[in-house]
Ligand binder design. Structure first.
Ligand code: ZN
Length: 242
């Protein structure tokens, strides 16, 4: 099975469309989304529609949940909080119902998906180091787990001896003796210094994961954010990938 996996679209329609277009060339069998479809940019409704049309499944992110009051936006920074209130006004009942339908964890024979961490997924903690990774590895029932949330593509690998290592490799050959947590980065608001939209292809037959980047029209996405009355900072950061 060839999976197209992406996360953290954050209402950035320009980035999402570029990713979907790039993914078509990869002829995936299934599209999976790891949450945070909305929040930050100016096209929440359109992004929900696009994700619904293409992805067979999405799990919930903290911004998805905050928009429909399933989690509090209290700990969000002011710009993020402002974007959540803006997004709430913009969504229709169908959009809200879709966000309500998202589960926190998805698992099949090939993979597990969760937005933040497998331990207390409803708290949306960040997978920042080997310590957080160990807690997710302890709960992981498949060889590979895909995550998002930090907006920084990354790979944690646990070998047979239990040792956990970190890398930022974009091409990963899966060794069945090891377990993996792979952060697929962000479609709509990359934060690793590279403004290009990020996504991932996982081929469970070939045992390979490829993290890919695609250029998109971030200038238009930025301008729409500003025209919508959202914080200018949310537009400007797209240009820097920060
Ligand atoms: Zn996010």
């Amino acid at each position: 099975m060839r999976y197209a996996i992406f996360s953290d679209v954050h209402s950035n329609l320009e980035a999402l469309r570029a990713v979907i277009e790039a993914l078509k060339a990869e002829s995936p069998d299934r599209y999976l989304c790891i949450g945070d479809i909305v929040g930050y940019a100016a096209n929440p409704r359109e992004c929900i529609e696009e994700v619904k049309a293409v992805a067979s499944l999405s799990v919930a992110g903290n911004h998805d949940w905050a928009t429909i009051d399933l989690t509090s936006a209290e700990n969000f920074n002011p710009a993020a909080r402002q974007a959540i209130s803006w997004t709430r006004r913009y969504l229709d009942a169908d959009n809200r119902q879709f966000l309500e339908s998202l589960q926190l964890i998805y698992k099949n024979d090939d993979l597990t998906l969760v937005h933040g961490t497998l331990d207390n997924p409803q708290d949306f903690n960040y997978m920042l180091d080997e310590y957080n990774a160990a807690r997710t590895f302890n709960l992981l029932e498949t060889g590979i787990c895909f995550i998002g949330h930090t907006h920084i593509p990354a790979v944690f690998m646990k070998d047979k001896s239990g040792e956990i290592s970190y890398s930022e490799d974009a091409v990963i050959n899966i060794n069945e003796n090891n377990s993996y947590i792979i952060n697929v980065g962000s479609v709509g608001q990359p934060r690793d210094g590279n403004p290009d939209a990020c996504f991932c292809i996982y081929d469970s037959g070939l045992k390979s994961v490829n993290i890919k980047r695609i250029k998109y029209d971030f200038q238009s996405a930025r301008n729409k954010i500003i025209e919508a009355g959202l914080p200018k900072y949310l537009g400007d950061r797209l240009l820097a990938g920060r």
